[in-house]
Ligand binder design. Structure first.
Ligand code: ADP
Ligand code: MG
Length: 723
């Protein structure tokens, strides 16, 4: 096996020299005390990284490789590092964290699920203990008091969504004691950074408050759209269109699969007006209908969601994972529930929301680590203002990435996957088949069953068990079918027999939406210089590429079984699809971010005010000032007198009023978020005007905000003047 790679970086060299010296000491106590007093920042960095490295060697028997030390330095400098799967990113974080703690910062180490949070915390606890740091962890199950304690630690392991939700909940707290992590956002180390900062960043985190809903109307809409016929022009449609732009086409609705949109044609609009017995479709009807259309024509059962026990469970497109508890917003979830005839939830209103892009801006700084991110360089630079450093592998990669095999039909593709799998296990290799959707993984699993190929199927949210199965996936003759996020963070070790037979074979049963995710799958094999190979199998019926094929090409190709690799078109198609989807998602995230930046400015104002009110005792002047502004001084004094006559003392009254004020803020802020949402939708429609929609949005959002502030005061007065 090749030697550990040497790293030329000067700081790394200095750390390694320091490590040599530390190895000879019996005890690190003196060194650990001394390092805190070093004033020179660079010197302290070198010493602290060396100490953390040595503590790792002494406690858990992992002596970081030079490349891992390099990674820790880059992360200390705030970079996002790309370091291949299996290179040991987990063990890099204590070195960076220790150096940051010595700078006087608190460190959050974020990852994608509770299982990884607990695993990494448990694994690294001895290292932190030797270094004398306090360390805690938080999962969805952590109760509030424990949570507070964990946030107070020097280092806290937690998932990205828990940090986000705690942030939002802290700003809805009615009492200072229910705040768990107020304002302590110093430094974050983000593991699986591509997943958190790119994939998850497409949808904001939302805390919702329930409101009533006219679920009957959802059902009518679902019934109505069932009667509609799609236009024949559907497949030809190239670009974004707006309602009413298609006066002359046949059918009732027109579909644009590429953009995931459906529109009523003029015909459809007429039918709807008849059906709902109105002269024109108002905003509310249009909105509900649009959801019903998307539910019927775009959201596909088995791909976008599944129905289980009278519930709709969303499947994450990027990861193929079931996302229990998540819902589509804006009434779409209810529309899908109506389509499937399951119980319809009360529609919920956003009480607070934040995008990941903005959440991470709460931190003074952050860094990230991931196996694949180079492809997303531009986005990191533009949106997060982050540099990417590619860390070399410790040992050379000898994995073979074989060219795609392309088939006309899905069945033929599945057959080929079956044959390849059988060949590989007969030889003594192990096989991991990665799919982009639950549907594909289930179809393949059935075929494997029919052909007596024993295998494990991973697509549910069973992190712990999942990790065990993935950890076993490298044993000779083993077959695992998994959606691509399954077991993320757990690396696959191969046994000697598998190694001798050529290592792990990774089969991509379909391409993923991004090249980065394809690479993530490939990266499951060939870790630490292991042998292994990867290959993707494609069919022209694949959901990812089918919408991009021209009809004539498709018809032509259906005549052959396996398409020649030389075919110029086949080689390019995936690259083009990835580029196209990548651009579209990028622009979605960029839009989301640009609009959210406007909201954030307002949110800061409100949250700051709210924090002051929450943490201070309410004083009478504040209330009087509001009463005066609202021209209600007289009424206010009368009300105060009445309350005192009832026997309440001033302190009690003021305490009550503080709660009322907080509630008024929350209520009106919630309404305001709805208004902003509506404004945004309008701005989108106006986008063909000459003003950039975000600028227009910023201009229009301000008066709405001012109105909201007045409403808060009104609402507050109304409540406190009540009998
Ligand atoms: P990554 O997160 O980069 O995919 P992990 O942190 O899960 O990788 O580590 C992968 C495996 O490599 C672990 O099983 C760990 O035991 C091993 N490993 C990592 N660093 C070292 C090291 N310096 N020395 C020995 N083994 C290591
Ligand atoms: Mg990892």
């Amino acid at each position: 096996m090749a030697e550990a790679r040497q790293v030329k970086n000067r700081i790394v060299q200095a750390v390694l020299r320091e490590c040599q010296k530390l190895k000879e000491k019996d005890d690190l106590t003196d060194e650990l005390e001394h390092v805190r007093d070093i004033k020179n920042k660079k010197e302290r960095l070198i010493k602290s990284v060396a100490l953390a490295s040595e503590a790792s060697r002494r406690t858990i028997n992992i002596e970081p490789y030079p490349v891992q030390i390099l990674a820790s330095i880059k992360m200390y400098q705030g970079h996002v590092i790309e370091m291949k799967t299996g290179e040991g990113k987990t063990f890099v974080s204590p070195m960076t964290a220790f150096a940051k703690v010595l700078d006087g910062q608190k460190v959050h180490v974020l990852t994608v699920n509770d299982y990884l949070v607990e695993r990494d915390y448990t694994l690294l606890l001895p290292v932190y203990e030797m270094l004398g740091l306090s360390v805690g962890y938080i999962t969805t199950e952590t109760p509030i008091e424990e949570r507070k304690k964990a946030y107070k630690c020097d280092v806290c392991y937690i998932t990205n969504s828990e940090v986000g939700f705690d942030y939002l909940k802290d700003h809805l707290a009615m009492h200072p004691d229910s705040v768990v992590c107020n304002g302590k956002y110093d430094f974050a180390i983000i593991d699986e950074a591509d997943s958190i900062l790119i994939d998850e960043a497409r949808t904001p985190l939302i805390i919702s408050a329930d409101t009533e809903l006219i679920s009957g109307f959802c059902i009518s809409c679902a019934k109505f759209v069932k009667t509609l016929e799609l236009s024949k022009e559907t497949e030809e449609l190239e670009d974004t269109v707006y309602v009413g732009e298609f006066p002359n086409v046949d059918g009732d609705a027109i579909l644009n699969l590429k953009y995931g949109q459906v529109y009523l044609t003029e015909n459809g609009v007429k039918k709807a007006e008849d059906y709902f017995n109105v002269d024109h479709l108002d905003k509310f009807i249009l909105h509900s209908l649009n959801n019903a259309l998307i539910a019927r024509f775009i959201k596909k059962k088995g791909i976008d969601y599944i129905v289980r026990r009278n519930e709709i469970i969303i499947v994450d497109n990027a990861t193929g994972r079931l996302t229990e508890g998540r819902t589509w917003s804006d009434g779409l979830h209810q529309a899908v529930q109506a389509k499937e005839g399951v119980e319809i939830d009360a529609a919920s209103e956003t009480a607070a929301s934040i995008t990941y892009q903005c959440l991470f801006r709460q931190y003074k700084d952050f860094c990230g680590m991931t196996g694949t991110v180079k492809t997303e360089r531009r986005e990191f630079r533009k949106i997060y203002k982050k540099k990417i450093s590619v860390i070399p592998t410790n040992r050379p990669v000898i994995r073979q990435d074989l060219p795609d095999r392309i088939f006309a039909r899905k069945e033929e593709k599945y057959q080929a996957i079956l044959e390849e799998t059988r060949k590989a296990i007969d030889k003594g290799r192990a096989v991991l088949v990665g799919t982009a959707s639950v549907l594909t993984s289930e179809e393949l699993s059935d075929i494997f069953d029919e052909n007596d190929i024993g295998h494990d199927l991973l697509n549910a949210k069973l992190h712990r068990r999942e990790a065990e199965i993935i950890a076993e996936a490298g044993s000779s003759g083993n077959v695992v079918i998994a959606t691509n996020m399954a077991g993320r963070g757990t690396d696959i070790k191969i046994d000697e027999k598998t190694r001798a037979a050529g290592g792990l074979l990774v089969i991509g049963a379909e391409h993923n939406e991004a090249k980065r995710i394809d690479n993530q799958l490939r990266g499951r094999c060939g870790r630490q210089g292991d042998p292994g190979s990867t290959q993707f199998f494609v069919s022209l019926e694949d959901r990812l590429i089918n919408p991009y094929l021209s009809k004539s090409y498709y018809e032509e190709m259906k005549k052959v079984k396996e398409i020649e690799k030389k075919d110029p078109f086949s080689g390019n198609i995936i690259r083009r699809v990835h580029k196209r989807i990548g651009l579209q998602y990028y622009s979605n995230r960029k839009d989301l971010f640009d609009y959210d930046k406007v909201n954030q400015v307002q949110m800061r104002v409100i949250y700051n005010e709210r924090e002051k009110i929450l943490n201070d005792d309410m004083d009478r002047e504040t209330v009087e000032r509001i009463a005066k502004e609202m021209n209600m001084k007289k009424e206010f004094h009368e009300a105060m007198k009445r309350k005192k006559d009832e026997g309440k003392d001033t302190v009690t009254i003021l305490q009550e009023q503080k709660k009322v004020l907080l509630k008024s803020i929350d209520k009106e802020w919630r309404k305001h978020l709805q208004d902003l949402e509506a404004l945004k939708r309008n701005e989108y429609l106006k986008a063909y005007g000459n003003m950039d929609p975000v600028t227009q949005y910023r201009l229009d959002a301000y008066p709405l905000f001012a109105e909201m502030v007045v409403r808060v005061k009104k609402e507050f007065m109304k409540e406190i003047l009540k009998e």
